[in-house]
Structure formats: C-alpha cells, structure tokens
Design a protein around this ligand. Structure first.
Ligand SMILES: NC(=O)c1ccc[n+]([C@@H]2O[C@H](COP(=O)([O-])OP(=O)(O)OC[C@H]3O[C@@H](n4cnc5c(N)ncnc54)[C@H](O)[C@@H]3O)[C@@H](O)[C@H]2O)c1
Length: 390
C-alpha cells in the first residue's frame, strides 16, 4: 500500500504527539518522512526518537523545497499557521493546520483564498473535537430540525485550569507578539469551532475580557461573552484558565428540547410539544411544558487527532471526507476576533466586522508586547490533555 510521505513543521508538544502516533502505527496511510524545527534541541530529540529514514531540516522552507514530502502538518505557534499553509499549497503539498487557523481573520482569509486556487491540495484543520461522538450527536439533533429552532446556547468552559508554570514554559505563550491572545487563541479554538459547527454563526458579539487576571500574563485569561443569532436566539460563552476546578457544560435550549453535554455525557430532555404551543394552550398559571428524558444513542467513537489525520489521509488517497475542511477554520476565529474587538472597543460588534480595524488594534498590542526573553521552551508531558470532551 502506498503511504503518504509526511512532514511536520514544529516538533514541540503537539508535533511530537502527532509524530509519535504516526511512527507508532496509528495512521497506516502516513509515513513520517521529514521534520523541520528551528530549535536544534528539538531536532536532536527527534533524531533520537524517530526511525532512521526521517530527514531533518532547520527551517520549514527547506523541508518544503526538499521534494521529500507530499503532505505536511503545521504545528508551530499560531502566527505561522497561515504563512506555512500557503507555502505548502503553492508547492502542491497537502496540508493539515493545527488550531487555531491563525491569529487574525485577514491572514486566514488569504490562506483560504490560496486554497481556492489549489483544489488538488487537500487542506484540513485539526479540529479533533469534531470526532467526539457527543458533539457529533448534538449537531445531528440540532441540525435535523426535529426540536425546532435554537432559543439559547450556553457554554461554560472553565476547566482549562493552567498554573503559572504553564505560561512560563514557552516564551511565545500568552504574549500578544508570540500567540496573539490567551485562552481564546490557545485553549478555546475547539469550543468556538464546535459552538458554530453545532449552532451556527452569531450575528453580534458583546464581550468582556480580563487580561492577566489570574496569571502574570498580558493576554486574556477570563472571558464572558453574549451573542445574538440571526433568528433572535441568544448565547453566552464563559471561559477561564483560572478556575482551579472549573466546569464544562454546553447547553442548548430549543423550541422542543433541552440538550446538555456535561461530564462526558449527553442528555436530551424532549418536550411533549413546543414551548410556543404549550404556552398558547395551557390555562394553568404555574404549569410547565411536559417533558421526558430521551435515551440518546451515539456510536461512542472519539478518535480525536488520530481520527482527523486518518480522515485527511483518506481524503488524499481515496477522496474520503475530511473531519474539518481547512477553510472552515475561519469561523471560530471570526468569533474569537470579534470577542477581542468588542472588548477593545467597549461595544457590541457585528459579524462580519472590520478586519483591518481588528488587525490594527492587535498590532498596537503587539508593538508593546512584553515578550518573555527567557528563550525557554519546556516540553511537558501532555499525555491525557488533548482528548476527552474539551
Ligand atoms: N489540537 C490540539 O489539541 C492542540 C494541542 C496543543 C497545541 N496545539 C497547537 O499546536 C501548535 C503548537 O503548540 P505546541 O504546544 O506544540 O507548542 P510548542 O512550543 O511546544 O512547539 C512549537 C514548536 O515549533 C517550533 N517552531 C517555532 N517557530 C518555528 C518556525 N518558524 N519554524 C519551525 N519550527 C518552529 C518550536 O521550536 C517548537 O519546537 C499551536 O498552534 C497550538 O495551538 C493543538
């Protein structure tokens, strides 16, 4: 069987995880052929870890030009995602971009435009949480229309606790110049993607962010957002890396059901009739809509990163569907950028917003960014941190 010759740019925490899954035989269509990283220590580590045939490069461009790779995973800090994805597309190299799609939508729009010019390049986004059976089922239930329209969405995702040591583990982390944001750019791209994947895009965003509230960092580590959808529904999104024992509860109220994902399980309370019908017909002042719990059957699958990579390889070799098309990465980032912009301007922001204004506001913060000068890069044991339902 022909295997796809794969390169990885950035062999840090995430790149190593992908590389180990591939060399460990979990992605049978992919063969690790090359690795590029600007940090010589990471290259030395990789040489000692991976099979002899893997080739090493000190820059991404050298690897792209080497002719050794047919496909590439981009797992460097976010600012470089779009740049390297575009470089791959121009060379006909299939590309899988780590989340977030980029830091600002203007940059990601350019990446998507380049993708449109190269239909032969299979462009995927590492939205591994889309493989989770709970979120797939939520989407199926909401989008089937059987429960009517969405009335309210609430996601409190505060179980991203990170101590200061996490922020001190890399000089790019939690800086405007290195990362372009905090919890919204690093931890929450998955939820922001799922939120829009399941419930659709909001039309307005009003957000309150706190910067370095719980940590010695310059970017946001606490967020409360209110959104409005085109059908008049509303939503709230709350996140933080400061709650020691936080919560992950995603609740959707529809005309005829309440759907809740919490603690790795999904519950559906189905109403016997729509709330509108009940309210119109019922004559008892304090009555409520009769409802019953539904036993939800899912396929139980939660393949995470391996599932995304195997689907991508299947798309390249056999035209199979991707878990997430690369061009869809802009949606969650649009919400993320709108959250920042709303807080920076102190007002409600409509989508689409002024991307040039966002970029200029971001660059003002980058200009005074106190990028840590430690040059430090600590490679942490990340096992168990990338799965589950967050
Ligand atoms: N999908 C997920 O579950 C998930 C989880 C963690 C991280 N990520 C994403 O992966 C990306 C990397 O995060 P990480 O935690 O691995 O960071 P990291 O700091 O551990 O690793 C980044 C690596 O990229 C290298 N690098 C930096 N700039 C480079 C360049 N210009 N060219 C080549 N190499 C370069 C660094 O030397 C380092 O080895 C981020 O965008 C992050 O959001 C995704």
């Amino acid at each position: 069987m022909t295997k796809i010759k794969l390169g990885i740019v950035g062999i840090g925490n995430m790149g190593s995880y992908h590389a180990q899954n591939i060399t460990g035989g979990k992605c049978p269509d992919l063969e690790l052929a090359a690795v590029a990283d600007i940090n010589p220590e990471r290259i030395e580590w990789a040489k000692a870890t991976f099979p002899e045939q893997v080739k090493y490069f000190s820059t991404a461009e050298e690897m792209f030009d080497s002719g050794r790779i047919e496909a590439c995973i981009i797992s460097v800090p976010h600012y470089y995602h779009a740049k390297y994805a575009i470089e791959c597309m121009k060379r006909g190299i299939h590309v899988m971009v780590e989340k977030p799609a980029g830091v600002y939508t203007k940059q990601v729009r350019e990446m998507n435009e380049e993708s449109d010019k190269h239909p032969e390049v299979v462009f995927g986004m590492m939205f591994n949480q889309r493989t989770n059976h709970i979120y797939r089922k939520m989407r199926e239930l909401v989008q089937s229309g059987e429960y009517g329209g969405i009335r309210r969405t609430n996601w409190i995702i505060t179980d991203w606790y990170r101590p200061q040591a996490y922020y001190d583990s890399g000089d790019w982390r939690a800086t405007w110049s290195g990362e372009g944001g905090g919890v919204l750019l690093n931890q929450c791209p998955h939820q922001l993607d799922l939120w829009q994947w399941i419930c659709g895009m909001p039309k307005t965003v009003e957000s309150h962010l706190s910067y370095g509230r719980w940590h010695d960092i310059e970017v946001e580590d606490d967020v409360t957002t209110y959104v409005e959808y085109p059908n008049g529904a509303t939503g709230v999104f709350v996140t933080s890396t400061g709650d020691a024992h936080g919560t992950n509860r995603f609740e959707i109220q529809l005309d005829k059901a309440k759907i809740v994902a919490e603690n790795d399980s999904l519950s559906v309370l189905e109403y016997d009739m729509t709330e509108q019908q009940f309210s119109k017909e019922n004559k008892i002042p304090f009555a409520t809509v009769p409802a019953h719990s539904v036993q939800v059957v899912t396929d139980g699958l939660n393949e995470q990163h391996i599932g995304v990579l195997n689907a991508w390889a299947g798309a390249i070799l056999r035209g199979e569907p991707l878990v997430a098309k690369g061009t869809e990465g802009i949606n969650g980032l649009t919400i993320s950028n709108a959250m920042h912009l709303s807080d920076w301007l102190g007002k409600k922001v409509s989508i689409p917003f002024d991307e040039e204004l966002f970029y200029n506001e971001l660059m003002k913060r980058v200009a005074v960014s106190r990028r840590k000068e430690t040059g430090k890069s600590v490679f942490a044991d990340t096992s168990g941190t990338y799965g589950g339902n967050k």
